[in-house]
Structure formats: C-alpha cells, structure tokens
Ligand binder design. Sequence first.
Ligand SMILES: [Zn+2]
Length: 388
Amino acid sequence: MHHLHCSVCYNQLDEAVYRSPGDRSLTSLCRIHPGVTAVFVCGDCGHLQTPAIADVDTYYDAQYDILVDSEEEDQIYEVRDGLPIYRTEHQVQTLLGKLALEQHTDLLDYGCAKSSTVRALCSSSANVTPHLFDVSTRYIPFWEKFVNPDNWALNTTKPEWVSRFDIVTSFFSLEHIPTVAQTMRNIVTLLKPGGVFYCIVPNVFGNIADFIVVDHCNHFTPTSLKRLLSDAGLELQEIDESAHRGAFVIVARKSIGEAMPASSVPRLDIERTCVELSLVADFWRNAASGIRNYESGLANESRIAVYGAGFYGAFISASLSQPDRITCYLDQNPYLQGKAFNARPILGPSELPHDVKTIFVGLNPTHAKAIISDIQSLAGKTLNYFYL
Ligand SMILES: [Zn+2]
C-alpha cells in the first residue's frame, strides 16, 4: 500500500480530512480541473496538504498562465478611498516596510514567474541587483526587460550562487512545490550567512478558499511554517498574518555562525491547528452537500443563475450534479460583466433573464446576505436563493 507523507516533516499521513464531491476540482484560477481533490492534515506539524495534480509539470508550463497575457495586467489588492491598490504595489510596500535596503543587495526571486514585484522593487530602489529562478521558459520575455541574462536560471539554480544572496524572496510560490522541504534547504544554501528569506504564502485560515484548490499542494499553517524553516536551518523572525490579506508574510534569517539548534513547536499549538483545519473541512463538506440537496429539490428543467463570478461561484458550479442548468453568472463588478465564466455569460444583476427564478449565491457566506439585500434590481423580484 502506498502511503502519503507530509511534505514538511515527512510524517506518514492518515485518511483525507476532505474529498471533493464528484470528479471536478477547482484550481486557484477558478477553473474546473478533472479529478478529485483530497486534502490531508499532518498530525505531527499541522501542515495541510493536497497531493499534486498528476501532470503538474505540464500544468505549470502550459496552463498556468496567470497574468502572462499582458505586461500591465495586475490584480487589484483592494480599493482604498475609491482608488485601486494593485497587488504588486502592495507587495513592494510590504517588503520595504520589513527589510532595510540601504546597502547594495544581491536578491534572488525564487519561483519568480514574471517577477513583477521584484521588477517594481528595482525601479524604486537602485541598491538591488535582481536574480531570477523558475521552471518555465514562458516568463523569459518578461525577465529580459530588467535582468541581465547571466543573473537568471531555469530548472536548477547555478553552482556559483551558493552563499551569494543577501535576500531570497518567494512570492506565492512555495504552495505549488511538492518537494518544499528540499526546496527550502536549497534556498538556505544560496543565502549568505545572516541573509534573509522573505516569503508570502496563502493563509488558509484567512482565505478558506485555499483549502480546496487542487493546484496548491501545500497549505501552510503557522506551525508547519515554523517546522519547515527550522528544519532548513533558518531562524524565524516574523510570521505576519495581517500585512497581506489572506496570506502569511514570513521573514527568516540564516544564522551567521553555527546553525541554530532546531526549535520544536509546542504540541498544543499543533493540536489546535488540526482542530481548526477540521472545522474548515466541515465547512466545505457541508457547503457541497447543501448545494446538492438544494439542487435535488429543483424541477428537472429549471434553469438557475449563480451570483458571483469568483471562487465561491466556481465552487457551486463544480459541486452541482447538473452544471448545465446554469444560464448565467451575475456579478456587480463592471470589469467582469460582458465576459464569460465556465462558458456562460457574466451579467449585471439587472440583466437576470425573466425565466430564471433560482439564484445560487456564490459569495463569502459572512457577507453574502448583506450584499444580496443591497442590490436594488433584485429586490422587487420573487426569487429563490440558495446561500452557502
Ligand atoms: Zn508534517
């Protein structure tokens, strides 16, 4: 019998804490991927893990085209006082708030993709010499614009990079790497003594959607991050849960002299983490069965709309036993209206077709009812709503 092992501490994993219903999974880009998502909790370090999708290398090389279409395309992090703050800009400001860059800095962006954050950082700080590493050739056209070709590497890091870097960064990359413990040890060899590892990964408690995305093989928790860094020989400086919404910002340092003895994570913290993770699993299990129960009460021919062309809307679509009954998605975001999602149009709420009487609300449950009750164009209509 084949056993799964924790990718952080190598402990043997027990039964899955969650399996997706049916044979459709969701990716972090809200796309439907064939196959079941199984999620495992490690009782030894509190790590949450999803077995990597079968064709993981092909997936990243060919399908993972996040923001590769255009150079300018950038995700909005939040809208503050009516003005959009872009994710790249927020990541640069967060980094500058935590790391001193007064002196010349050799920086490696590990698993860099387009490396938009480091590119923006270099344009605001002349002290940084950027180096890049990733596993796909598709980003080279972006790298050529700001990095000397001698300073990037594909697939394996360069031998001359050992003990070379003042800072190694990793922006939303470790969650994709099945052999993450090995990767961390490699990163540590590339740091100078006293060098800093700066990293952002999704926080599954801050954004529970991360729990079920099939292309994130790692879902880190504070306890599993502590174990990962300590085992790699890094000294943790900070895990910040609030600087970047839905993510952990981590700062760790390679010791200058003798490696620090590995520090152990308190058992009680790990137990608490496991309990919290099982509550998130309960949420998704109940959400999936609730969707199917409600659907089973609908007439066979009845068409439905899904409110929300984002992650929760995609989850509803993947969980329905007859997804073909979806007529359209509704969304208030004017940038989404007129586009398509899962081969259905995204419409403004006022454009809801007259024959559609049932709406599955694909919004964060904490805010869903308040958001729907504020939509004037839906208020006068007799509609049936399903809430997660
Ligand atoms: Zn573990």
